[in-house]
Design a protein around this ligand. Sequence first.
Ligand code: 2HG
Ligand code: ZN
Length: 471
Amino acid sequence: MTISTSLLAELRRVVGPQGYLDQAADIEPFLVDHRQLYRGATPLVLRPDSTQQVSNIMRLCNEARVGVVPVGGNTSYCGGATPSEDGSQIVLSLSRMRRIRSVDPLNYTLIAEAGCVLAEVQAAASSVDRLFPMSLGSEGSCQLGGNLSTNAGGTAVLRYGMMRDLVLGLEVVLPDGRILDSLKPLRKDNTGYDLRDLFMGAEGTLGVITAAACKLFSRPASSVTAFVGLADPQRAVDLLSRLRTFTGDAVSTFELIPRAALELVLEHIPNTANPLDQYHDWYVLLEIGMGRHDETLRGAIESELADAMEQGQISDAALANNESQREMFWRLRESIPEAQRRIGASIKHDVSVTTSELPRFIIAASRLVREISPQGRIVSYGHLGDGNLHFNVSRPAGGDDESFLRLAPNINRAVHDLIARYGGSISAEHGIGRLKREELVRYKQPVALEVMRAIKQALDPNGIMNPGKVL
Ligand code: 2HG
Ligand code: ZN
């Protein structure tokens, strides 16, 4: 189906000359997803600058039964924001809706529009001495709307939760153009079904999120960042439990890194160095933050880690001495996806199990993958504190992408079947998008799928919201 020229003209009129892109070179960046798995087509990228414009767009597209693909910073791992190949869908970028509408430090909330870059929301919070804790490798380019729609995770979930936990209210444009205004920055509003949570994790298939009331927190006055070497993931799980108890749950980040990942980063990413004298099979990047100023924190963590070392729980540890060292520790973790990209194709799994079962899962999954691809390089890292592992397999050194990727169906099946046996999730934080639709049908409980389809049908009977994604 092609989109009529009269509808295209009407849509242009809604947003005005600043509000659309229709030249091939300008549209190009919206056609390919972050991982370059998909290449779509579209005649028009709309860039509205108000909720009312979004509403007008949706009403027109709904009447004409034209699909709309909302896009944020285009950093999806699952092709969730790429239009279909046939050019039958409009792309809706929220990037001009980037106002911070209000900040209320006493209520610990702010209201921001969906097109704000995540780093801008963080900055608005710190300008009033508050913390917006959502933190991701892509925070300099991803947008709040994408974070909301995908229920983003990141590196502080352990302490502050995923995006759903950080939102009090939403403004959403429904597929028929009606505006659902539940943008109340209230902590308590117990008036029926929770509509807000429906739109988070829906990946733009139920409506367009245009603004959110976000929770803020006190900024940690004292913090410690450490890079720890240890023998195996079980020891990492034990260390997390020890530090959670010792600090009264002040651990905000606890990231597991295998030696293979550290080596890749040191080889491919500039300005990186091993913080420890020797190599270890596994590492943890951890951060602990205390609300109140505490000069003794560093010393206390140091001696706790020394005790852990004496007891054989960890092999070595380094504490960041200053901000630039802290940034370097973080670079070692956040550059893993980029370093992995440099060595060719990888088969990714974004899975979760309980934190207690994670060590056993790593051993079992590694064994299964080695049976299928003995030379594939397993780079399994991630958010140990959340039980979320990026169990990625890179093509063998000297191999070629194409023949390695032919193994993907077998490897995916083995890893995801194993996850099902553990009662885990096949998508812990990256969502479903286009990439995992079949996996969703295979692994999600049929009753849950029926309820999801019923909700989709009720809100979007014409199927125009981000067609071909999730369901
Ligand atoms: C991360 O934790 C991201 O760094 C990306 O979720 C994971 O590249 C990946 O598989
Ligand atoms: Zn992640």
